[in-house]
Design a protein around this ligand. Structure first.
Ligand code: HAM
Length: 414
């Protein structure tokens, strides 16, 4: 698990602010929930890596609980519970702390924060376009530009059409998706083994591998012999993104399948251009999750954007420009007798919404100014007995080393 020292918090806050601002700019409402979920809700189908990574425990009343590895099942549960009174399509976002018992590697930790943007109840690809555009906008606001990343996308509906046209029966599609998602992560022999264990017959296994050679939508249309609704839907998705002038960062990539079982339509993952890092964000359409958690059927589209990969990328590309809200003014005093004057000045300045770091104890001028210097303060005020007697203090500019005198009453009465 992670410790966040103040310098780490500054980076985290910069990322969170980009997420929050983008969500607001796109008209999403914020929701939240407890990090502890019922294990049953999270477990779903076997075969998903995420299920094996759940931190689960039994509480004192024997309930099977878990630290959530993702937010989507919780979102579905919350919506199902109030479905009758909510207005659809709804657009919700959250920043959720998630836990996964993963092998620790670059970009993967046992705990991460994940920004989720979901639209529920919109059947058209405008939902995918809006969510992907928001993910891209957050990257722009963190200082990245179009040359830094690409959003790879495909469609499980299209893959399903292709599998059917190659003679692979519907019942094997789900296992084929989860196996294809492993392509490039484990050996092809291991993928074949996974498929064999799922009772996919040998002929079909080579057909499934062959799908990975489909390199464009035209290739896919050639195999299918027609423009299927799955292809038309992708064309609409791309047309909408081009209205946002974002089509040039999109890349059709049949190998993007995603490792979560609930996706049914367009799926996408954003990567750095060189693909050196893990996915920055990922998501897609899920048609059945609401129904599966006991709600009325409703289609959803969403993305999860973690804080780990993006902060590694920001560091790699020197994009860390931290917004700090720490005080730029330090106030100190020589003796306890001047503390109350220092506090009156501090309170007056804070009331103008300017942050002040007030010394916690009296100290010599030398100690105070050396501390203010090391702390990176722009300005410093040091109150001594003479200042209190004269009613005037000096505001020292720590950068230009100049001083400006001011009446204490002018500050207090601003
Ligand atoms: P996911 O692809 O499993 O999707 O995770 C989304 C993002 O969370 C990843 O692209 C990555 O940035 C981050 N992430 C995931 N696991 C870790 C980890 N162990 N350490 C650091 N970062 C991590 C989902 O979770 C879906 N529920 C997203 C979604 C929302 N789909 C629809 N709505």
């Amino acid at each position: 698990m992670r410790d966040f020292y103040p310098e780490d918090m500054a980076v985290r806050n910069t990322i969170f602010e980009a997420w929050m601002n983008t969500a607001r700019m796109f008209g999403f409402a914020q929701y939240d929930s407890c990090v502890v979920e019922s294990l049953d809700l999270l477990k779903r189908k076997a075969g998903e890596e995420i299920v094996e990574q759940i931190y689960s425990f039994t509480d004192k009343s024997g309930r099977e609980l878990a630290l959530r590895p993702e937010m989507t099942p919780t979102l579905a549960r919350m919506i199902a519970a109030k479905q009758g009174s909510l207005t659809f399509p709804l657009k919700w976002f959250t920043i959720a702390q998630c836990f996964r018992y993963e092998r620790m590697s670059r970009g993967r930790k046992r705990e991460h924060y994940q920004w989720n943007m979901d639209i529920i109840g919109e059947e058209s690809a405008s939902a995918e376009a809006e969510v992907v555009a928001a993910g891209i906008e957050a990257l722009f606001s963190l200082g990245f530009n179009k040359a830094d990343f690409q959003v790879h996308f495909s469609s499980r509906a299209l893959l399903s059409d292709l599998l059917t046209s190659l003679g692979v029966e519907q019942q094997y599609h789900q296992n084929a998706f989860l196996a294809l998602d492993k392509h490039g992560k484990i050996s092809d022999a291991e993928i074949s083994e996974m498929l064999t264990e799922s009772a996919v017959d040998k002929n079909n296994i080579s057909k499934i591998f062959n799908l990975l050679t489909v390199s464009s939508l035209n290739d896919a249309a050639d195999i299918l012999g027609k423009q299927t609704p799955s292809i038309q839907n992708i064309n609409l998705f791309m047309a909408l993104l081009s209205s946002y002038n974002l089509a040039d960062v999109m890349k059709f990539d049949i190998a993007v399948v995603r490792g979560l079982a609930y996706y049914t339509g367009i799926v996408f993952e954003a990567f750095d251009t060189m693909k050196e890092f893990r996915a920055i964000f990922g998501g897609g359409r899920y048609d059945n999750l609401l129904k599966d958690v006991g709600g009325q059927p409703a289609s959803g589209v969403g993305l999860g954007f973690g804080d780990v990969v993006v902060s590694e990328l920001m560091e790699n590309k020197n994009k860390i420009q931290v917004n700090t809200t720490s005080p730029t003014l330090a106030i100190g005093y020589m003796e306890d007798e001047q503390r109350s004057t220092a506090m009156t000045i501090t309170a007056a300045i804070r009331s103008t919404s300017s942050p002040v770091d007030l010394a916690t104890h009296s100290e010599s001028a030398k100690t105070f100014f050396s501390r203010a210097n090391k702390g990176g303060f722009n300005k410093a005020i040091y109150v001594g007995p003479d200042d209190v007697a004269s009613g005037k203090i000096r505001i020292k500019d720590m950068i230009t080393r100049t001083e400006q005198e001011q009446n204490i009453t002018d500050i207090v009465l601003h």
